[in-house]
Structure formats: structure tokens, C-alpha cells
Design a protein around this ligand. Structure first.
Ligand SMILES: [Zn+2]
Length: 464
């Protein structure tokens, strides 16, 4: 038998054996896993950090094993290091700054995986959680050790907006986000986590199996805060003595009761990893905000009548100059072309923005640079797989990457701990692996981990 086949069989047997004992394990009492719906798996986690972790590892064991294979394969390929390098950095650089609550949750996940026969340890899991920060770590590490640069560099992830006041139909807040990654990651970014922690607020957020944070950072908490972000392109800066971004992002999602809390938690121990422009909405105050979080420069803007948009462009002039090599004037760039489209959509839809409009925006295909309808890296619904240009240093031409899934919510949904989500492209176009690899065999290194990514349409999820 093929080794992978044998591994799958052993895994299946371990799952079958452990399912028998599931009812007896008190740690799983408050947790549940719903049947897959429109491609999404909704799981409920509740209890102490150790219990939440155990439930996560146990209920998503096979998905975490599969996601680990996909993410580690990509990291090794993209950043040109073997897996030992990432494990060592996880242990030496990231773990010392993970606070006890989240250490307990991570070790809990490892215990849950072990109970299901999946041999992933703490360093594997920490490296996986820090996955999006590694390109930033790498740049710092290369500089510190005088080694030549080998990695692809930080990616340009996502399109998003928040709006309120005279811009929305009911005058209350609306938030929406689509996640841009490789399609190997996107197809696996299909978990709806509802978390009831012992301390802090309840959370409903999308996520990826094995991550304690959302990763693409869309979530709503029971204090009334609605959160998302897009990355800052061309960013350099990393502080190895700082708190990992994945810890701060999860902590803010759980503990922030308002916009000021959120900014404080994200700034506290900022390590510069996965530097984002955070977009926030507070359904209690009807206020929206943008927290552009560089390592040296942090800009917080807020309004009760207006909007903020994100498409990976840096905004603060000092941050642009000191921390990025980004050219804001080049309108052929994806980030700037999408920025222009957001400005058009906000102006055209003033007073009419609601949940349906938000969902429509995420499937938008206007290319403002070529002034045409297109399927490429310049449209809000990104399709790098059909772009002859690719996207910056992050993705080569025709790379199977772009928008992978979508989330949107308004104040009414958020008050009920509900959100809507759509897996695959919001425009409805499917991605087919066999067809793509036949035309572009340069991506055949992904053959074992790349799946078809079909567009499933919008669905509503509510935390129980
Ligand atoms: Zn599309």
C-alpha cells in the first residue's frame, strides 16, 4: 500500500476507536460539531483553555492533519527552509511570548489530536499558527544572520470594508471581507468557530483547522465588536521579542469590549508580524474604525458616519515611507486598483449599503485600471489563476490563488451572534484543479494538496 494510503487507514481506524470513547470523555461534554453545510464545518467549543483546545483537536483531528500537510508543504516550498527550521523558530522565538491561556489551548489541541491518533506536536502547531507571520520573521532572520533572501516575502491578503451612518441603509454598521490566499489554503479555511471561553467574550469567527486565531481575522464577539483586516503590502519589520500576532489577534477577538480595547491589545507587545490594517465596527456605538498597525507607526481613525476600506494598500504617509516599499501611485497594482473600486462602490451606494450589497461587492469584477470587467488580481473578487501578471512578489502569473471565501454581517446579525459566509469565489466561478494544472504544470508541486474550489453561495451561521 502507498504510504499516504496506509497513514489514512491508520488515521481512520484511530478515529473509529476513539469515537467509541467520545461520550465518556468529560472534556467533550459542552462541545459539538455540526454536519458540513455549504462546505463549512461549524464547531462549538466551550470551557477552560485546555478544554477548548482538546475539543478543537478532537473534533477537527482529520481536518487539522490535512491542513498541516497543506500548510507545511507550502511553507517549505515558498520560504525555502526545511520543516525543522520552522519548528525551531516556533520553540525559540514564538513560544516564549505566548501567554499561559493560549499555551494551554495549544497543548489542549495537541492532546485532542493525540486522542484521535494524530501525531502533531506543540512545535508543529505553533509553527502552523505563526504561518502568516513567518515571511516577516524570515526577512528579519535573513538580516540578522546575513543570509541571502530566499523566500517569497509577505503576501497581500484580502479585500474588506466597514461602513456606518449615512452610508448604510439602516444607518447601522455593516462589515464584509474576502480572504485572499492560495487555493490550497482557501479550500481548507472552512471552519465556523463558536467559542465560549471561561473568561472574556463569546466569539463567532471563521477559521482554519488547528489555528487558535481566525487567521483571516473575521469575527464578532458578544461585547458587540465586529472585526476584520487586510494586510499591509510591501511591509518590513519584525521584533522577535514581541508577542506573536496570532496571540494578540485571538486575545483582541476574545477580550476587546470596544474599539479602544482592541487597539490597546493589538499594540501591547506588537511584534510586527502579519502587519494589518484592521477594520472594526462597534454595533453599540455605531462607530467604525481603521487601525493601521505597523511596527513603528500605528494609526487609529474612527467615525460614526463614513466607511473604511481595505485592499492591502498602506495609508499613513509616515508608515508608507518608513516601513514599506509600496508605490501608492502605481494604479496598475492590485492593491491600488481595488482601492479605487472600493471608493467607487462606497460613493455609488451611499445610503444603500446593507448585507446584500456587501455580499455583492465581494463578487465584484470591475478592473479600474483597464476599465473593464475582468477576472484577475485587480478585482475585489481576485482570480490570480487567470492573471498573466500574477501578484507582486507573492504569487507568480497564473498561480492558483486569489479570493477563497467571504464573510459579511450587519448590526442585526451581530446582535444575534450570526454571520453570513460563502466558500469559494463570491462571483460564482469555480476553480478546477485538473484543468488548471494541465495548462500550468509549473504548479504541479501542489498536486497532492490542491483541490477543486467550487463556489457554494451564501449561508447564515448562528452561534448556539
Ligand atoms: Zn470572482
Amino acid at each position: 500500500m502507498h504510504r499516504t494510503g496506509l497513514f489514512a487507514l491508520v488515521l481512520l481506524m484511530a478515529v473509529a476507536v476513539s469515537l467509541v470513547s467520545r461520550e465518556q470523555d468529560p472534556r467533550l461534554k459542552k462541545a459539538s460539531r455540526a454536519a458540513e453545510h455549504a462546505g463549512w464545518i461549524q464547531i462549538h467549543l466551550e470551557g477552560s483553555p485546555t478544554e477548548i483546545g482538546f475539543q478543537h483537536g478532537y473534533l477537527l483531528a482529520s481536518e487539522i492533519a490535512d491542513n498541516f500537510k497543506a500548510i507545511s508543504t507550502e511553507m517549505v516550498h515558498e520560504e525555502k527552509h526545511d520543516w525543522t527550521f520552522f519548528r525551531k523558530a516556533a520553540e525559540d522565538t514564538f513560544w516564549p511570548h505566548v501567554e499561559p491561556e493560549y499555551r494551554d489551548e495549544i497543548t489542549g489541541i495537541v492532546a485532542g489530536l493525540k486522542a484521535r491518533g494524530v501525531p502533531i506536536d506543540v512545535w508543529d502547531l505553533v509553527a502552523m499558527n505563526a504561518w502568516l507571520e513567518f515571511p516577516y520573521y524570515d526577512k528579519w532572520h535573513e538580516k540578522a544572520t546575513g543570509t541571502p533572501s530566499t523566500g517569497a516575502g509577505p503576501g497581500d491578503h484580502c479585500s474588506a470594508f466597514v461602513a456606518t451612518g449615512s452610508y448604510t441603509r439602516d444607518g447601522r454598521v455593516v462589515i464584509a471581507h474576502n480572504n485572499w490566499t492560495s487555493y490550497t489554503s482557501g479550500e481548507r479555511w472552512n471552519i465556523i468557530f463558536e467559542i465560549v471561553p471561561e473568561k472574556g467574550n463569546r466569539i463567532i469567527m471563521d477559521g482554519s483547522p488547528g489555528l487558535i486565531h481566525s487567521g483571516d481575522d473575521f469575527g464578532i464577539n458578544s461585547a458587540g465588536l465586529m472585526i476584520t483586516e487586510t494586510t499591509i503590502s510591501g511591509f518590513s519589520g519584525f521584533d522577535p521579542a514581541g508577542v506573536p500576532e496570532f496571540v494578540r489577534a485571538r486575545k483582541a477577538m476574545q477580550y476587546a469590549n470596544n474599539i479602544d480595547d482592541f487597539a490597546r491589545i493589538m499594540k501591547d507587545g506588537n511584534n510586527g508580524g502579519y502587519a494589518n490594517n484592521w477594520l472594526l465596527a462597534d454595533r453599540n456605538t455605531n462607530e467604525v474604525a481603521s487601525l493601521e498597525l505597523g511596527l513603528k507607526n500605528v494609526a487609529l481613525q474612527r467615525t460614526k458616519d463614513g466607511y473604511f476600506v481595505g485592499s492591502n494598500f498602506p495609508a499613513d504617509p509616515k508608515l508608507i515611507k518608513e516601513e514599506t516599499d509600496f508605490d501608492v501611485k502605481d494604479l496598475s497594482r492590485s492593491e491600488n486598483a481595488r482601492h479605487q473600486r472600493w471608493l467607487q462602490l462606497m460613493a455609488e451606494n451611499r445610503g444603500k449599503i446593507d448585507l446584500a450589497a456587501a455580499q455583492r461587492f465581494l463578487g465584484d469584477h470591475v478592473d479600474t485600471f483597464d476599465k473593464t470587467t475582468a477576472y484577475n488580481e485587480r478585482t475585489l473578487c481576485g482570480h490570480i489563476e487567470t492573471s498573466p501578471r500574477g501578484m507582486g512578489t507573492w504569487q507568480p502569473p497564473y498561480s492558483p490563488a486569489g479570493a477563497v471565501q467571504n464573510k459579511a454581517a450587519d448590526a442585526t446579525l451581530a446582535a444575534k451572534m450570526s454571520m453570513t459566509a460563502a466558500l469559494g469565489h463570491a462571483c460564482g466561478r469555480d476553480f478546477k484543479v485538473a484543468e488548471h494544472l494541465a495548462k500550468h504544470p509549473e504548479f504541479s508541486w501542489q498536486r497532492e494538496i490542491l483541490h477543486d474550489m467550487n463556489a457554494r453561495g451564501w449561508t447564515k451561521f448562528t452561534a448556539r
